[in-house]
Design a protein around this ligand. Structure first.
Ligand code: ADP
Length: 369
């Protein structure tokens, strides 16, 4: 298996579209790296450059320490699994999985051994004689993965492999691909626009927007320590609330004014705002829905951490309740426990967990830290 390194990589398509700019990422040996971002953020282009399906306009890509910029795909020792798995309809599962090896003239005994091994890993052994049309969506997806496994590549590349599956199957396949990763100890680069897939599958995640890397880190670090407003808003569902607040320094105590209520910022946040020179200026307060609690059931940790709001929309999800709240100035999404009985139009007090808030620069969106 192998390390994949992208050094100052850029892609400019004919016509001047800059799809990817200055990407610097190291994907470690045996790592499951997810590239995530909204549509058009450049993740497929980045993956296709690693695969050799797109030329690299600037920078270098190394696989296993070797620059591959000018190597054709078949010499890069990678295998790619696409969204539309493109199985050959007239071939059965065995032949679909064996096809690449046959083309490369592997001995039949070796082909049989590798296909049997992959089929066992993917629980396809009983389906080897079936044609693709007699398989479910999830089974076809597994065959596509099997086709990649039998080649024993240094690196697996996945491009939105689950987006054609229904929600339940997607969840199952997420787990299966994670298991396969653990079993093979493979280096995987996995592209998705789905933040839940990214969070649940990646050892680390590269978050992209507008062709640029926004942040690379473990799922939990990205969630808890986002580098900027884009990352903070992209990961998490419902997303983080962003509330424009005026910062005030009142005799050494730092407050942020939401418009209807003033929150007293505890020491750590106050230091951050002081250091950033925000007193008297605006700041974007970032607070996740789960860090806003109904005051009836939430013990405040600090003074001045309560907002009064009117309940606008209530969405019971079973184990929890999503609740859209309105203050005079802002719409705020909260997540309460499943037993919450809040009703639309009710006025409630909510406690903001001031240990879990973030501040962002209103102009650049960069987190203040
Ligand atoms: P993503 O995978 O994140 O949806 P892509 O890598 O497909 O993003 O696309 C990134 C940008 O490059 C988009 O603006 C897209 O329109 C553009 N793009 C992609 N492929 C081509 C191409 N063959 N020619 C010109 N522009 C392209």
């Amino acid at each position: 298996m192998a390390e994949v390194v992208l050094k100052s990589v850029a892609k400019v398509y004919d016509g001047g579209v800059r799809a990817v700019t200055d990407v610097n990422v190291t994907i470690h040996d045996k790592e499951f790296m997810v590239l995530v971002g909204p549509s058009g953020s450049g993740k497929s282009t980045a993956l296709r450059m690693i695969a050799g399906l797109e030329g690299i306009s600037e920078g270098e890509i190394l696989i296993d320490g070797k620059v591959v910029n000018h190597l054709p795909p078949k010499l890069r020792d990678i295998a790619m699994v696409f969204q539309d798995y493109a199985l050959y309809p007239h071939m059965n599962v065995f032949d679909n999985m064996a096809f690449g090896l046959k083309v490369q003239k592997y001995p039949m005994a070796e082909i049989r051994r590798r296909v049997d091994e992959a089929a066992a890993i993917l629980e396809l052994t009983h389906l080897l004689e079936r044609k693709p049309k007699a398989l479910s969506g999830g089974q076809r997806q597994r065959v596509a993965v099997g086709r990649a496994i039998v080649r024993k590549p240094k690196v697996f590349l996945f491009d939105e492999p689950l987006s054609n599956l229904d929600a339940k199957l997607r969840t199952q396949m997420r787990t299966e691909i994670k298991k396969i990763h653990a079993r093979l100890g493979a280096t995987i680069v996995y592209v998705t626009h789905d933040q839940i897939e990214a969070m649940t599958m990646g050892d680390r995640i590269t978050v992209m927007d507008h062709g640029k890397v926004q942040q690379v880190d473990t799922p939990l670090n990205l969630y808890n320590k986002p580098a900027n407003r884009f990352v903070a808003g992209f990961l998490g569902s419902p997303p983080m609330n962003f509330i424009s607040c005026r910062v005030a320094d009142e005799n050494g105590t730092i407050y942020i004014d939401e418009g209807t209520a003033k929150l007293r910022v505890p020491a750590r946040g106050a230091d951050i705002l002081r250091r950033a020179g925000r007193a008297g200026k605006d700041v974007i307060l970032g607070v996740r829905p789960e860090n806003i609690g109904d005051k009836l059931y939430t013990q405040p940790k600090y003074p001045d951490c309560v907002l009064t709001a009117v309940v606008d929309v209530v969405e019971p999800m079973g184990s929890e309740v999503y609740c859209l709240l309105k203050t005079e100035r802002n719409n705020i999404q909260a997540r309460f426990g499943g037993s919450s009985r809040v009703q639309p139009n009710q006025e409630i007090d909510v406690v903001i967990d001031l240990d879990a808030i973030h501040f962002f620069d209103p102009d650049s969106g960069v987190v203040l830290s």
